[in-house]
Design a protein around this ligand. Structure first.
Ligand SMILES: *Cc1c(COP(=O)(O)O)cnc(C)c1O
Length: 344
């Protein structure tokens, strides 16, 4: 049986064009800087983001961690949104790898208020750690794929500038944010000193993410990537798929957003399920199924029997993610299946 897999956009498969490009890729030893396909991908990515330089990394997590290590020194403090990916899903890496501590701020739909950020910046004081980085997440995963409003991003950048603190953007899904805002990604990236984005999610590449920033930043980041075991050799096979991702897959994301909206509207009309429709902006739908008296795990097991996969959990919160390979009919089938579960 073919599952309708709504667990994540990470389940996307490389397209036939990507497989062909990988087969034919010209490669070299990238640790020597001699892989022409990696070089081309990094060149494309830096231009798209409007940065001086870019670097291929094996995953979004590696990219975020390398950026935190590059921006900070052990014993410093960094400001993050309390439910961000770096805090929730990166195995405590910032403490273990960068040796920094976190100052967490509660965001509104994933976006930290710039005034709260400013208030959280430490003063020069013999007792206090130095605040050395501000991390923003765009789109925000756990908030439901929400986009940081452009004005909030601009003011965040202003506050950071005023205090001489860099901004790192976890832009795993920055192309979804750009699609929602109808702006080129560089318009979003310009408010951050470093940006990470994933090739392997909605853009369908099998492996890899990009880190972009100033030339000087990327030179130092390459050394931390090497330390983390991320110095790859004939990595052009992966970059070849990444190039197709950037050339062909960034312009189709509106389809995923339309399907997410259709799904959210359908689910929100089912008694027992509620969704904050304001959060349905991109390809993620987070719904509260408390009214069904099921845990996320129990709900996900029932859906599994009907050929639909979602991630459960102990709480009654369930996340659905639309992506390449999920069609309108799949969304309709999913809504119907959930209606029958809700009836019992
Ligand atoms: C997926 C994700 C990452 C990390 O990506 P991996 O490639 O899975 O390590 C980082 N940040 C956000 C917001 C994500 O959704």
């Amino acid at each position: 049986m073919e599952f309708i897999d709504l667990r994540s956009d990470t389940v996307t498969m490389p397209t036939p064009e990507m497989r062909e490009a990988m087969y034919k890729a010209e490669v070299g030893d990238d640790v020597y800087g001699e892989d022409p396909t990696i070089n081309r991908l990094e060149e494309m990515a830096k231009d798209l983001l409007g940065k001086e330089a870019a670097m291929f990394v094996t995953s979004g997590t590696q990219g975020n961690q390398v950026c935190v290590m590059t921006h900070t020194r052990p014993g410093e403090e960094i400001i993050l949104e309390e439910k961000c990916h770096i805090i929730t899903y990166e195995v405590g890496g910032i403490g273990y790898l960068a040796g920094v501590q976190a100052k967490l701020i509660k965001g509104e739909r994933g976006a930290m208020n710039p005034e709260d950020i400013e208030a959280a910046i430490r003063e020069e004081d013999i007792h206090q750690p130095r605040t050395s980085l501000i991390c923003v997440e765009n789109t925000h995963n756990r908030a439901g794929g929400t986009v940081i409003p452009m004005d909030v991003l601009r003011r965040t950048h202003e506050v950071a500038r005023m205090h001489g603190i860099p901004v790192h953007m976890d832009g795993a899904r920055i192309f979804n944010a750009a699609t929602y805002l109808k702006v080129p990604v560089r318009e979003i990236a310009k408010y951050a000193d470093s940006v990470m984005f994933c090739l392997s999610k909605g853009l369908c590449a099998p492996v890899g993410s990009i880190v972009a920033g100033s030339r000087e930043f990327i030179v130092r980041a390459r050394k931390f990537r090497k330390m983390m075991g991320g110095g790859l050799r004939q990595a052009g096979f992966l970059a070849a798929a990444g190039i197709v991702a950037l050339e062909k897959m960034t312009t189709r994301l509106q389809e995923d957003h339309d399907n997410a909206r259709l799904l959210a509207e359908g689910l929100n009309s089912i008694p027992g399920i509620s969704i904050d429709m304001e959060t349905v902006q991109t390809n993620i739908v987070i719904c509260d199924i408390s009214g069904l008296n099921l845990t996320g795990d129990a709900f996900s097991r029932k859906l599994f029997e009907k050929g639909i996969r979602v991630n459960g959990g102990k709480s009654p919160i369930v996340r659905f993610v639309t992506h390449h390979g999920i069609e309108k009919e799949d969304v309709e089938k999913t809504i119907d299946a959930i209606k029958t579960i809700a009836k019992r």
